[in-house]
Design a protein around this ligand. Structure first.
Ligand code: ZN
Length: 144
């Protein structure tokens, strides 16, 4: 019984979010982008909030960004996380656009190294056979 694998709750992809989950399964971070003005839309919307165009489509982004804010979670809210606490819930600003932010986890980072502005890059966790999660880890690219 103790060896039973517990999977996290699975997202239910919709027409607006399918690209995100399918991209993650291929280890690509895919975000909706307005094809008329180039504005990224996340959380995804069917219409551009800058130019009101309905021409929005998925595009792969670099996966690089910086930590915008974070919290260290000590309480597992679902059995999947029971052996994973403490873990870091974070908001990451992607480099493509100053207000392009994703809610995610930070992994491979000691708690004392966490700070707002920390450069991070995407990596992927196979959370269940049909669920790959984009998460972020510190990146050590030059910060000229
Ligand atoms: Zn637009």
């Amino acid at each position: 019984m103790g060896d039973q694998i517990v999977y996290p709750p699975l997202p239910k992809p919709t027409e607006l979010t399918r690209h995100f989950w399918e991209g993650a399964a291929e280890h690509r971070l895919v975000i909706l982008r307005c094809q008329a003005c180039g504005f990224y839309l996340h959380p995804p919307r069917p219409i551009c909030r800058r130019c009101r165009s309905w021409e929005v489509g998925p595009e792969e982004v670099s996966g690089r960004g910086e930590l915008y804010t974070y919290t260290v979670t000590e309480t597992p809210f679902h059995p999947y996380w029971a052996d994973k606490v403490p873990y870091v819930v974070a908001v990451v600003t992607l480099e493509e656009q100053p207000d392009l932010r994703v809610i995610t986890n930070v992994v491979d980072c000691p708690e004392e190294k966490l700070r707002v502005g920390l450069p991070v890059e995407v990596t992927f966790v196979e959370a269940a056979p049909e669920l790959t999660l984009p998460v972020f880890r510190p990146s050590f690219r030059p910060t000229a």
